[in-house]
Design a protein around this ligand. Structure first.
Ligand code: SF4
Length: 59
């Protein structure tokens, strides 16, 4: 698995365990400039998704 985001600064106060995202630093941090979360019709936590997610390609 790539460690692409490992040495980048994180968005404060975002805790993300999605380690197969290229923006994840593998320490529960997100290194994206910003994140977008949706959809607008969500009514429960499980309805929501991070739309900034980008899958890490296996090396
Ligand atoms: S972009 Fe979304 S899924 Fe990816 S590390 Fe950040 S919060 Fe997690």
């Amino acid at each position: 698995m790539s460690t692409k985001g490992a040495n980048k600064d994180c968005i404060c106060h975002i805790r993300c365990d999605v380690e197969n995202c290229i923006h994840n630093n593998h320490k529960c941090g997100c290194t994206a400039q910003e994140i977008k979360v949706g959809p607008t019709f969500a009514t429960t936590c499980s309805d929501t998704v991070c739309q900034t997610f980008e899958e890490q390609k296996k090396q």
